[in-house]
Design a protein around this ligand. Structure first.
Ligand code: ASP
Length: 459
């Protein structure tokens, strides 16, 4: 525990929707915040689901918007939202809630027909939650609309960092480290800011993670704590490997490779602001704060395991093009990719050999343009053979230790071979921290298990 009064970098903490789903959860959050006086900046999501059948407040707000757009009354949906906040406020002994809710409801009805009303309304879940949490913690509420700016093209305006540092700085620099006095703790709603015209604009769904990262960077946080409802990142999807080991440490690059292949714990855009500033992200479980969670940093010591995680996705298609002397035909690959580009298809991998080239893409991207793409390839490239293979799954085996450990590929392919799984494609990117294998969709689960069992020794 840090010493009271000592000048030190704060921790920026973001609490997700399930961490704030009800009064009991908010009480938990408060005890986490109070347990370490470095926790000075708190970013909150809107209340999430309390059970599998429950609705997220953000979803209800979007529903209000759509209902109003259809010219119907959203009063009964808003009543559900009101009920949730009023119940939490009552349980927490907060008085201002009805007033804030009236304001939002009036704004919703008045702005129903406006272009920007969807973003404004969706952002109110975070706004109301931050009001509530700030009151409960006795903290200063700072509206994200006064901190975060977007440019004309919808990107984050870098001047936001300066605004945040200037606005939150004095509060965070306050010396009253051991007290939860309003002047030492700030609560900021996640998910939104203002666009270049001053209107409220949200990030994409799950965007409070991005707000947390931006704020962490702006205040020069020692770490960005992302509090959620899981123990951290797992070495493989727990739905396939029920006792998958948690990942203690992972680098930003490794995380990027894993998330690209479907492992999700953070909003994709949340990594960049902190990564550039070298601020580590610490994923933690609000319901089990005693657990170590997962650290995401620029570098990590080489652990005993060369593989840090395994992730994958189903549903890829491969276009296989064969043509004798393809290797001598300049611009062949470019023309092939250009055809895809002109049909709005992005490719994932392009393994090649001397006289053949494969292009791998998401099945749904190809689906409707299939005939047109095939026709154009036939006409422009005049291949000897052209075939499309659907139903492929890609599996990424990721770890920085792989590049300097001999025999990883042999073990990986051996594992799949022993499990009787046919490998359809292999790609090791230039980064050498990732080997991608393509197998048929029906072999996907067995392949993940085989790779996991090979690289992760049983406890
Ligand atoms: N409440 C928003 C959503 O549901 C943003 C967030 O939770 O991060 O997408």
């Amino acid at each position: 525990m840090p010493q009271t009064g000592q000048a030190q970098s704060p921790l920026a903490c973001k609490f997700g929707g399930t961490s704030l789903a009800g009064a009991a959860q908010i009480k938990r959050v408060a005890s986490i915040v109070r347990a370490d006086p470095r926790r000075r900046v708190i970013v909150v999501s809107a209340p999430g689901k309390r059970s599998a059948s429950d609705k997220k407040v953000t979803d209800l707000l979007y529903l209000c918007h759509h209902t109003l757009r259809e010219g119907l009354s959203a009063a009964s949906i808003f009543a559900l939202i009101r009920e949730r906040y009023v119940e939490m406020a009552q349980d927490l002994g907060i008085e201002g809630m009805p007033g804030w809710l009236d304001e939002v409801e009036a704004g919703m009805v008045a702005g129903a027909k406006r272009e920007d009303s969807a973003d404004w309304l969706a952002s109110r879940g975070e706004y109301l939650q931050a009001r509530l949490v700030a009151c409960y913690l006795g903290a200063r509420f700072v509206d994200a609309a006064d901190l975060i700016r977007f440019t004309e093209d919808g990107w984050l305006d870098p001047s936001s960092y300066e605004t945040i540092a200037r606005t939150l700085g004095p509060t965070i620099a306050s010396n009253r480290l051991s007290e939860t006095a309003p002047e030492s703790l700030v609560v900021v709603p996640g998910f939104y800011g203002r666009d270049a015209n001053g209107r409220i604009k949200t990030f994409s769904r799950g965007g409070s993670d991005v707000t947390g990262a931006i704020v962490a960077r702006a205040v020069g946080a020692a770490a960005y704590e992302n509090w959620t409802d899981v123990d951290g990142l797992m070495m493989a999807d727990p739905r396939l490997i029920p006792n998958a080991r948690p990942i203690r440490e992972v680098t930003y690059r490794e995380l990027r490779e894993l998330s690209y292949m479907g492992a999700s714990v953070l909003h994709e855009e949340a990594v960049f602001p902190v990564r550039e500033a070298g601020i580590p992200i610490h994923i933690r479980n609000t319901n089990a704060p005693e657990l170590p969670g997962t650290w995401i940093r620029s570098t990590r010591p080489n652990a005993e395991l060369p593989v840090v995680g395994i992730a994958g996705r189903k549903g890829f298609s491969t276009i296989q093009i064969e043509k004798s002397l393809m290797n001598q035909e300049r611009g062949f690959g470019r023309r092939a990719l250009q055809i895809l580009e002109s049909h709005g298809i992005s490719f994932e991998h392009t393994p090649t050999s001397i006289d053949s080239m494969s292009v791998i893409m998401h099945e749904e991207e190809l689906r409707e343009r299939r005939v047109a793409v095939v026709d154009e390839i036939q006409r422009v490239l005049q291949p000897d053979r052209l075939e499309i293979l659907d139903g492929m799954a890609l599996i990424a085996t990721v770890g920085q230790g792989m590049s300097h450990t001999i025999g990883i590929a042999a073990r990986l392919f051996g594992a799949l071979g022993n499990a009787g799984i046919n490998i359809r494609m292999i790609d090791q990117g230039a980064s050498e921290i990732n080997i991608i294998t393509g197998v048929m969709n029906e072999d996907y689960e067995a392949a993940i298990r085989a790779i996991y069992d090979t690289f992760v020794p049983a406890d």
